[in-house]
Design a protein around this ligand. Structure first.
Ligand SMILES: [Zn+2]
Length: 221
């Protein structure tokens, strides 16, 4: 099947009567045993990858492409919290590779959060660095992202970074109508909220009464 490049000119000139009543200069005769896409006068510099159809060595399979894309995208960090990747956040919902195209599905943490546009750009850049240019970033809003999607690893990183991780949605907030946020530095629950919005709209500014340090709290959604 391979090696048709050298004799491409002769194959292209196959007399049509041999092939039955086919039109004389059928350039794109799909499905034929010897389908030579190039015109007869133009010599092919190298065998076309499309010619064989069963040689899977040259082109990477969908799994390889998917794995490469997943590895690249998983490294993308949240623009506002550089220690958290979008995989940690649970924002990354899926990576698929279909027909050589990569489709990345994300769910924003917060509708209208300006970080999301930057995140989509970061994903495209990460894919481009991995040599993947044909990619679509799909944003899915339903079901809505909740802080429960954040991985344990993500919560730990957040705490180490000095931001109180979101408490579980079914926590004390629902029971007592007030939030209990533990200080990410000393662990004390004797804390108070100073402002609804912290350094970004996704975070609130809190202060610990024990160690007197202010800290950001990643708000529950
Ligand atoms: Zn404290």
């Amino acid at each position: 099947m391979s090696g048709a490049g050298a004799g491409g000119r002769d194959v292209g000139h196959l007399p049509s009567p041999l092939r039955g009543g086919w039109p004389e200069r059928s350039g794109g005769s799909g499905g034929g045993r010897d389908s030579v896409a190039s015109p007869p006068t133009t010599p092919t510099p190298f065998p076309s990858p499309k010619g064989g159809g069963e040689s899977g060595a040259a082109t990477p399979g969908p799994d390889t492409l998917k794995q490469r894309a997943l590895a690249a995208v998983s490294e993308v960090c949240d623009p506002e919290i550089p220690v958290l990747t979008i995989a940690d956040l649970g924002v990354l919902r899926g990576v698929e590779a279909v027909d050589g195209r990569v489709e990345v599905t994300i769910t924003p943490t917060y509708s209208g959060c300006p970080a999301m546009n930057m995140m989509a750009l970061e994903i495209e850049l990460a894919l481009a660095r991995a040599g993947i240019s044909d990619a679509t970033i799909r944003t899915v809003l339903h079901p809505a992202w909740t802080t429960d999607w954040m991985s344990e690893e993500g919560r730990r990183k957040l705490r180490d970074y000095g931001i109180a991780p979101p408490s579980p949605a079914s926590g004390r907030r629902a029971l007592f109508g007030r939030e209990v946020v533990a200080c990410p530095r000393c662990g004390s629950e004797d804390t108070e909220r100073l402002a609804e919005f912290g350094s970004t709209s996704c975070k609130a500014l809190w202060r610990c009464r024990s160690c007197r340090e202010p800290f950001d709290y990643f708000k529950c959604h």
